[in-house]
Write a protein that binds this ligand. Sequence first.
Ligand SMILES: O=C(O)[C@H](O)[C@@H](O)[C@H](O)[C@H](O)COP(=O)(O)O
Length: 246
Amino acid sequence: MTQRIETLANGKIEVPETTNFREFPDAQGLAAALAAKVAKVLNAAIQANGSATLAVSGGSTPIPFFEALSQTPLQWDKVQVLLVDERFVATSDDASNTRLVKRSLLKNLARQAKLIEVAVDAPDAEAAAEATNSRYATLHWPLDCCVLGMGNDGHTASLFPGSPQLASACSDTTTRYCCMAEPTGAPHARITLTLPRIRAATALILHIAGDAKLDTLRKALEDMAQPELMPVRYVLNRPLSIFWNP
Ligand SMILES: O=C(O)[C@H](O)[C@@H](O)[C@H](O)[C@H](O)COP(=O)(O)O
């Protein structure tokens, strides 16, 4: 079953009934609303469990959201932050998602949150994934909140079409929290959450911006068969919120 959404800025889109599609006039309006939603989810988890886990993606889209969330009142000392995926680069590298999150999110009120870092100081990406998997094993699962991005090739996290590790990273039987992934059409080996850990998140959110990303989402939704061709399809068939601005 689907629902037809008439966007204000970019025509119609058919989304599953389990999708909460929210459109905003601009990145700032979206950022404020997304920060409020994430804070509400994390606060509920803190009230219920005494702590909360938040997994965030890198890239350029999330920056206004990170800035807004960093200024949002919350018991941040009870929040554990981790990356949905990371490039196997030093944290000083411009391509580092760890660097991005430390500069854009873990400041202001959110500076008290604890970042569970990806072990990019390991000898190689496989060793980094192993060490990070052990670190993630100490967290409370499932994730309370997971915020995904999407590339125009339909990748999400570092689950890329054509990646040699895609099948194993998306296997229902994997017991891993994260694994190494070699992207197609993007630099750097990656360490990515596995699909079962992403899909199990209590609150799953896809944050995208621009007309091209909406067209990519339309293409993904129009044919949900063969998810391996557009891995974002793996998360579109479960309840999730989509936040989009033109
Ligand atoms: O490390 C990464 O690159 C991200 O985690 C990745 O999955 C990102 O969300 C998409 O590539 C969208 O990136 P943009 O927001 O820059 O378009």
